[in-house]
Design a protein around this ligand. Structure first.
Ligand SMILES: NC(=O)c1ccc[n+]([C@@H]2O[C@H](COP(=O)([O-])OP(=O)(O)OC[C@H]3O[C@@H](n4cnc5c(N)ncnc54)[C@H](O)[C@@H]3O)[C@@H](O)[C@H]2O)c1
Length: 268
């Protein structure tokens, strides 16, 4: 057997193929973990063996989830720069550093054409959806690089991959996250840090409730999706686990679309 072949076999142990998805001994910091997609990621990562650091604006729910899953709760408003700096510092001191960072917290903001959105609301949307991942990765990526490994996962959206008349600012923040993943991947890849984004389509969370609770809107929206259903938070979490773990060890700078085929369909 050639040297190349023996090396590649060591990377993918066929005796235990799922071992590459385990997160034992790793610390994962997740923002927005108390509901929806973040909650599914927290449960899946805990099940895969990760130690969790949970950062949500809902203090009571964040504390309760940390108690339930055995992690550390650092309640944080991710729209606040000082709070982000505190979160990064406490994650370092209380958890001994972060191996996996999932920037999941996000808001849709008020639905409106670009030019009519209230300015204060627009600032808040950009602070939570875009500046939070930018600031948090700015603190965490250098520490990951110093340790020689790390994986960053950003929650983008298919709203950042096509135009939208009513959620334009939301889409711009999500498009920027796909670029942030590429930039981080190039900047920190030589130090062993990977960065990727996930672009979900319609996922069954409170977020999607307004669409799914109206039969007409649900039929119209799901008619654009080849699988004819919304996704589950668990299906997004599974992609996050792939990206966070060694299974995704050679994947970096990518935006993985998890949308039941919505984006590749012409709707017919
Ligand atoms: N659900 C979907 O259909 C969908 C589709 C595409 C992208 N996404 C993205 O996935 C991510 C999660 O979406 P979701 O549907 O699970 O949302 P959700 O509203 O169900 O949950 C959001 C979580 O973030 C927390 N949060 C909100 N503002 C915060 C703040 N300022 N500081 C800290 N925590 C805060 C909430 O408390 C909650 O735990 C978001 O970034 C969203 O843009 C969702």
């Amino acid at each position: 057997m050639s040297a190349w072949r023996s090396w590649s076999r060591r990377c993918l142990p066929t005796s235990d193929p799922l071992a590459a998805f385990r997160l034992d001994g790793r610390t994962a910091l997740i923002t927005g973990p108390v509901r929806g997609i973040g909650l599914a990621i927290a449960h899946l990562f805990a099940g895969a063996g990760a130690r969790l650091v949970l950062a949500d604006i809902d203090v009571a729910a964040c504390d309760a989830l940390a108690e339930e899953l055995g992690g550390i709760s650092i309640p944080t408003d991710v729209g606040d720069a000082a709070a982000i700096a505190r979160l990064a510092e406490q994650a370092e001191t209380q958890a001994g550093g972060v191996d996996i960072l999932v920037c999941n917290a996000g808001i849709a903001g008020q639905a409106s054409p670009l030019h009519t959105m209230d300015e204060a609301e627009r600032e808040r949307l950009y602070a939570i959806n875009l500046l939070h991942p930018l600031r948090l990765t700015g603190h965490i990526a250098p520490a990951m690089a110093a340790r020689g490994r790390g994986s960053i996962v950003l929650l983008s959206s298919i709203a950042g991959l096509r135009g939208n008349a009513m959620l334009g600012h939301y889409g711009m923040t999500k498009a920027a996250l796909a670029q942030l993943a590429r930039n981080l991947a190039v900047e920190w890849g030589p130090s062993g840090v990977r960065a990727n984004a996930i672009a979900p389509g319609l996922i069954e969370t409170d977020w999607a409730g307004a669409i799914l609770s109206s039969p007409e809107r649900a039929a119209r929206r799901l008619g654009m999706t080849p699988l004819r259903r919304a996704g589950s938070p668990d299906e997004v979490a599974a992609t996050a686990l792939y990206l966070a773990s060694d299974a995704g060890g050679f994947t970096t700078g990518q935006t993985i679309v998890v949308d039941g085929g919505t984006l590749i369909s012409d709707g017919s």
